[in-house]
Design a protein around this ligand. Structure first.
Ligand SMILES: [Mg+2]
Length: 397
């Protein structure tokens, strides 16, 4: 089999990003969505979503490459290659883009393409991705509703109740107003815990930007970060997430050593080399590789090996369309311990419309992990055609 096409597909939506003061649902960043399609000469094709600066990603994937190694576009590297050689192609993409890439947009694009290649591999072999990764260990996994902080205690209580009524046994609130007023922060978390009761999971994602991302301010000091962990312990949070500057591995390790609550992080990290440093330095209890950023399934399975050796959990960061949820579910199915899957309840019309999925929240708050080659997801081609802009990268640029 040969790769005949690597296409970057840009969709345009009208959604904003944010949440009001009430309990109603937050909306995600539904203004743009980038998809990647890898086509083959046998008619099998892989699809993936990717969250990145879409206009630049168009150029990285399918713009005009240079002859020099390290400055190639990903399409240039892949056309004519056997899509089943996932490890070899990952290395070729990494080396071929190394001077402008290695992290950031290039790694986001490599991640999406790598996920497409795993999907092609599944379809070509008739196996699920979980089987290809080594075998499915879990039939189902508990889903947690992933959403933004509401700005009032009443809004938090209303939102928590809404997720409970939907069947969720775990909810993560993140970002929003959190960090602007320590007194209000505590009231918001208290309202969520009181509504969820003692037996449901509550996670907190305070954000690592300077206090309130729209206004400048100092990052939390080590003392303030430890104090935050300590008071969150009063509300029995399942974890505190991604609240330290992502380059500060030493801070993560130091604060984790004093934190009464587990620390989750890693959505900003990429490549197995970076995760190895993060894990071996003892930075977190829960490692959160995002399969559309970290380097794709090829990197994620290496990270899983490292995490397993160091006996820390993995819960992939997964906050995009159903395509990413599907890749995450297939990966989670293979982990020795699979505590949760992140479920993006804040999808916009744009992200929700990209793909139809078989999986749904069951009454017990879990999701049954599909065993098919597609992972239970199907791209809605009519929707993609209707929302697509600038189909030719050369026109777009
Ligand atoms: Mg997060």
């Amino acid at each position: 089999m040969k790769i005949t096409d690597v296409e970057a597909i840009l969709l345009r939506g009208e959604g904003g990003y944010g949440v009001g003061s009430g309990g109603h649902e937050a909306t995600d960043n539904g203004d743009w969505q980038l998809l990647v399609r890898v086509g083959t000469d046998e008619g099998i094709e892989g699809w993936s979503d990717v969250e990145t600066l879409a206009s630049a990603a168009l150029a990285v994937i399918a713009g005009e490459g240079m002859g020099l190694l390290g400055f190639r576009t990903l399409r240039q590297i892949l056309i004519g290659q056997d899509p089943l050689d996932v490890d070899r192609l990952w290395d070729e993409m990494y080396v071929g883009s190394a001077y402008y890439g290695r992290r950031g947009i290039a790694m986001h694009c490599i991640s999406a393409i790598d996920n497409c290649l795993w999907s092609i591999r599944a379809q070509a072999t008739g196996l699920s991705i979980a089987q290809l990764l080594g075998g499915q260990r879990h039939e189902r996994v508990m889903a947690y509703a992933s959403t933004l902080f509401r700005s009032t205690p009443q809004g938090m209580a209303d939102a928590a109740r809404m997720y409970m009524e939907m069947g969720f046994r775990a909810v993560k609130f993140g970002w929003g107003v959190f960090g602007q007023d320590p007194g209000l922060d505590r009231e918001l978390v208290a309202a969520a815990r009181e509504t969820l009761g003692p037996d449901r999971h509550l996670m907190v994602d305070p954000g690592w930007y300077p206090a309130g991302w729209s206004r400048p301010g100092p990052m939390r000091s080590r003392r303030d970060a430890v104090r935050l962990c300590q008071w969150l312990g009063d509300y029995d949070v399942t974890w505190i997430e991604d609240f330290i500057h992502p380059e500060s591995f030493g801070e993560y390790a130091a604060i984790r050593a004093e934190s009464p609550v587990p620390i989750a992080a890693g959505e900003q990290l990429a490549t197995h080399w970076e995760f190895e440093r993060f894990i071996t330095m003892g930075c977190a209890d829960v490692i959160q590789p995002d399969l559309s950023r970290c380097g794709g399934l090829t990197v994620a399975r290496r990270v899983a090996d490292i995490a397993s050796r160091h006996n820390v959990d993995i819960v992939p960061h997964s906050w995009l369309t159903h395509l990413l949820t599907t890749f995450s579910l297939q990966f989670i199915a293979t982990l020795p311990r699979a505590p949760f899957v992140e479920f993006n309840v804040s999808q916009s019309d744009l992200t929700r419309g990209v793909a139809k999925a078989d999986f749904k929240l069951e009454e017990d708050g879990t999701i049954l992990i599909p065993k098919t080659t597609s992972g239970g997801v199907e791209v809605d081609l009519d929707f993609v055609r209707a929302r697509r802009v600038a189909p030719d990268v050369r026109t777009a640029l």
